[in-house]
Design a protein around this ligand. Structure first.
Ligand SMILES: *Cc1c(COP(=O)(O)O)cnc(C)c1O
Length: 362
């Protein structure tokens, strides 16, 4: 069986050593030494400051909205994992969708301005599949209208934009370290803040708003990363260059085999590839379903990332849909990419896809 991804399991002996240390100290959570070490090593590896580790990528978004004072309405993209939207709704913020750019699959910056109303307090764009949003345009709009920008960077681990970390743009950027992501801590996430004071506010929020031991100074929640998560993260981080290299090889093989047959979303100029996803676009949903069924028959399980378009989610009760996002969501498929996926397996995946595309509908 070949699934869309397979969680990366790092060197077991090294992990055991970290766990021995946790046993010796009996310090399991609450900003322990491994959490501190992972924070420092991630800041260095990613080239960022003010990085706050949290227990998952969804809480990273929720805490970021709170710390930045987001309320009322936020402009966001309908083409993402559901957590981008559900985290807003969960925090009582109304998502206002702006349709996507059909080439990069990120929010279309030219229509953001007309979606702004007096209730709008933030823009929440997503660097979809690690591709950069229109960062400069979004920054100009946010400044002009006094809005906060919080990027969902769950796919953008290690991506460079114009020679610096893509995570350093905006007022804050969130990451997910879920087991299925490029870098993981089993469950986990992080927020990178532009300003130190926002980092401090958020840190307080992740520990119930308790400052020191006796004073409650802020409305908080529990969003702490624990030492076992940090131990996994430290082990995976040691192997991150190998992980990216192996993904790159798979990515390039898919690209070479499929570029003449299928539309592959374009990487924006000045953006580095972290090879975390390999999305392809079929001509229509019927073809996608035919290819998916043929792959499933051979126990190969690609995923419809992202489907459905989030503006169609029932609890939002929206009646006006975003046409480009709906269209793309109906015919986009992500192919399996993970270290350990063999060359011959990628070959058989691309062979199945090509033979499906070449045989006409019966
Ligand atoms: C994975 C993901 C999340 C949620 O992260 P979790 O760590 O699973 O809570 C949010 N946004 C996007 C775009 C994601 O892909």
């Amino acid at each position: 069986m070949i699934n869309i991804t397979k969680p990366y399991l790092p060197d077991r002996e090294k992990l055991n050593e970290y766990i021995d240390g946790i046993y010796d100290r009996a310090w399991l959570t609450n900003n322990g030494p491994l959490t501190q070490e992972l924070t420092q090593r991630l800041e260095k590896y990613l080239g960022v400051e003010n990085l706050l580790l949290v227990s998952n990528g969804t809480l990273a978004l929720q805490v970021a909205y709170r710390a930045m004072g987001v309320c009322g309405k936020a402009i966001t993209t309908p083409f993402s994992f559901v957590a981008t939207t559900s985290s807003l709704v969960w925090e009582g913020i109304e998502p206002v969708f702006v349709d996507i750019d059909p080439e990069t699959l990120c929010i279309g910056s030219s229509e953001i301005e007309e979606a702004i109303t007096p209730e709008t307090t933030a823009i929440v764009p997503v660097h979809v599949f690690g591709n950069a949003c229109d960062i400069e345009e979004i920054e100009t709009i946010a400044q002009k209208h006094g809005l906060k920008t919080i990027y969902d960077g769950a796919h953008a681990f290690g991506v460079q934009y114009k020679g610096k970390s893509i995570l350093s743009y905006g007022d804050a950027t969130t990451l997910s370290f879920h087991a299925t992501k490029l870098f993981h801590t089993i469950e986990g996430g992080a927020i990178i803040f532009k300003k130190k004071e926002d980092y401090e506010t958020a840190k307080l929020m992740t520990t119930f708003g308790i400052n020191g031991s006796d004073s409650i100074v802020e409305l908080g929640i529990n969003a702490k990363m624990n030492e076992f998560q940090a131990a996994m993260g430290l082990c995976v981080l040691d192997e991150i260059d190998i992980i990216v290299e192996k993904r790159a090889k798979i990515w390039q093989q898919y690209h070479k085999e499929l570029e003449d047959f299928l539309q592959i979303p374009l990487l924006k100029k000045n953006t580095s590839n972290n090879y975390s996803y390999f999305p392809v676009l079929f001509q229509n949903e019927e073809t996608l379903l035919r290819v998916k069924a043929a792959l499933n028959e051979q126990k190969i399980n690609p995923r419809r990332y992202f489907y459905p378009s989030l503006d169609t989610v029932s609890y939002l009760h929206l009646h006006q849909n975003q046409e480009i996002s709906k269209d793309i969501a109906s015919r986009v498929l992500c192919l399996p990419v993970y270290p350990g996926l063999e060359e011959f397996e990628v070959q058989s995946i691309t062979d199945i896809i090509k033979s499906c595309l070449l045989t006409k509908k019966k």
